[in-house]
Design a protein around this ligand. Structure first.
Ligand SMILES: Nc1ncnc2c1ncn2[C@@H]1O[C@H](COP(=O)(O)OP(=O)(O)OP(=O)(O)O)[C@@H](O)[C@H]1O
Length: 250
């Protein structure tokens, strides 16, 4: 077990968002968190990354309760990519190198430079190395922030709608890269997504959130018309194509 969320409950002032959230993630897992707008998907990722403090319950990474970790220890274990990104006057290379910050004492080491170059290559961003973030398109910037999280070499990647700005080719390629890194390095990824068909391509575990709690959790077998209709209030068909379920709104 690499992550466990136990009895988590979170509310913003005057607004209850999450309750009774219990799940765990194993090494090599790609978990997709699904649910309607505003149900609490981003809030859950922020609780796991300690950006928000739940009113009750706890999050454990390996054996450690997250509030017992130092900022650097947490950053070495958890890489987080938020939903919104700001372009800054920073080159792509430096932005990805920043992912190494939790490991850098005085100056970037040869290993930090090597990891940065490797990740830029993996994400096909080498030609962008010297471009400034504020000169990139939304999709290019999204790839850079994912690259920065990969350079962090975390045990757990938290990605909030990582493909929302990407074209079809980049969507498919980026989720394939993340999946490959998760399996090869035996880390875990927790990803929020609106496109259920993309989630099916990416994930081997799924959680449907409804009314701030877990409505269904499991493998691809929980991707059923009944569950999707209950969560999204839209009738759908689920057909198999090449043995992979495909969700079709009716
Ligand atoms: N800083 C905040 N203060 C108060 N309420 C908030 C805050 N951030 C989010 N909320 C509310 O908490 C609820 C959950 O928001 P959250 O962003 O986690 O939803 P989500 O499932 O990620 O939505 P989406 O799919 O639209 O990104 C929503 O009702 C939202 O309006």
């Amino acid at each position: 077990m690499i992550l466990s969320v136990n009895g988590l409950k979170f509310k913003y002032p005057g607004r209850r968002v999450l309750q009774d959230i219990d799940f765990s993630v194993e090494k090599g897992d790609c978990l997709a968190i699904l649910g309607t707008n505003g149900v609490g998907k981003s809030t859950l990722l922020k609780c796991i990354n300690r950006i928000l403090k739940p009113q009750s319950g706890a999050v454990y990474i390996q054996e450690d309760e997250i509030f017992k970790l130092s900022r650097n220890e947490l950053a070495q274990k958890v890489g987080y990519v938020a939903q919104k990104h700001e372009g800054a006057r920073l080159t792509v290379f430096d932005a990805v190198l920043l992912g190494r910050k939790p490991y850098i004492k005085w100056d970037a080491s040869p290993k930090d430079m090597e990891v940065t170059r490797r990740v830029l290559k993996l994400m096909e961003l080498e030609d962008y190395s010297l471009r400034y973030l504020d000169e990139l398109s939304g999709g290019e910037l999204q790839k850079v922030v994912i690259a920065r999280a990969l350079a962090q070499e975390p045990n757990i990647l938290l990605l909030d709608e990582p493909t929302s700005n990407l074209d079809l080719k980049n969507q498919v390629e980026v989720i394939a890269i993340i999946k490959k890194v998760v399996k090869e390095q035996q880390i875990a990824a927790i990803v929020t997504m609106h496109d259920i068909n993309l989630a099916i391509r990416f994930a081997d575990k799924f959680i449907f959130l409804k009314n701030g709690t877990i409505f269904a959790a499991g493998g691809v077998e929980i991707i059923t018309p009944k569950n999707i209709e209950s969560v999204y209030s839209v009738p759908v068909a689920v057909e198999k194509f090449n043995n992979i379920p495909v969700v079709l709104p009716l």
